[in-house]
Design a protein around this ligand. Structure first.
Ligand code: PAF
Length: 265
């Protein structure tokens, strides 16, 4: 694996996996999917200041460079790009708006977060000129917004990697204490309860009911949305998805699961 600090050292046409480091099994699965599709796999590690609304969160964001290099090299990455902030954000850069979808659900909880995400991703694409790029379905709202701005880059969605009890793998999971970690499986249980429900109304009420069985879990939202625009799903929605977010002992966790594809449930 070649480590570079500038996109000018990499030819265009790669399969690209952008990350903010603190790599884990979820990232490794994205790299492996990229490798299965291409012999030219570029991963980037850039902790993007623009997507943090709190300076302390940015300062506390985990940085594990040695382990990151090991995981990337072992998972099929051929080029690891570690850009400097000056390359991504030269003195003049126009911030892109994520629009209305950037302000709801996860966007309502983190002001300006998705503007920062779409700005950095379009800048990374502009510098690297990848043929395709891979993003995890775990951050489904992010994936949807990136599809909207990805002019000319094919966006590939990668399935969520889960622990044995169903908890979606995330860099935030290491912040859960033992009790919260064990309680966290309630999110997956709620999504499964929605999936096996007979209709949308039952799916919504089942999610809330299951979440309420876990007193440590502080639910923010549990909804079934239209995958296209995150509007509330109705019986005529073609592709619907259950989305959940909440807090466990100060740690925010999100997850989602596809409900229907192509028509009535
Ligand atoms: O999902 C992430 O790790 C980040 O939001 C991304 C897409 C790398 C942009 O900084």
């Amino acid at each position: 694996m070649k480590i570079v600090t500038s996109a000018s050292e990499i030819d265009g046409g790669c399969t690209f996996v952008p990350t903010m480091g603190a790599l884990h099994a979820g990232h490794a699965s994205l790299f492996k999917l990229a490798k299965a599709k291409s012999d030219f796999v570029v991963a980037s590690i850039f902790v993007n200041p623009l997507q943090f609304d709190d300076a302390q969160d940015l300062a506390n964001y985990p940085r594990t460079p040695d382990r990151d290099i090991e995981i990337a090299a072992d998972s099929g990455v051929t080029h690891l790009w570690l850009p400097k902030e000056e390359e991504i954000y030269p003195s003049k850069i126009t911030k892109i708006s994520a629009g209305q979808l950037g302000n709801i659900y996860e966007g309502a909880n983190r002001s300006g977060h998705f503007d920062g995400v779409v700005t950095v991703v379009s800048r990374l694409f502009e510098l690297l000129k990848p043929e395709s790029a891979i993003f995890g379905e775990k951050d489904f709202q992010q994936l949807t917004l990136i599809k909207e701005i990805a002019k000319g880059v094919k966006i590939i969605a990668a399935p969520t990697v889960r622990e044995a009890d169903g908890l979606a793998v995330s860099s935030r999971n290491v912040r859960l204490d033992k009790e919260s970690r064990s309680a966290a499986s309630v999110i997956y249980q709620a999504l499964i309860a929605a999936k096996i429900s007979r209709n949308l109304q039952e799916a919504r009420s089942q999610m809330r009911k299951v979440c309420a069985t876990q007193p440590l879990f502080n639910l923010d939202y549990a909804e079934v949305i239209d995958e296209q625009d995150f509007s509330i799903a109705t019986d005529s929605t073609l592709n619907s998805r259950a989305i959940i977010a909440g807090w466990l002992n100060g740690v925010r966790l999100i997850d989602n699961m596809q409900m229907t594809t192509g028509g009535l449930r």
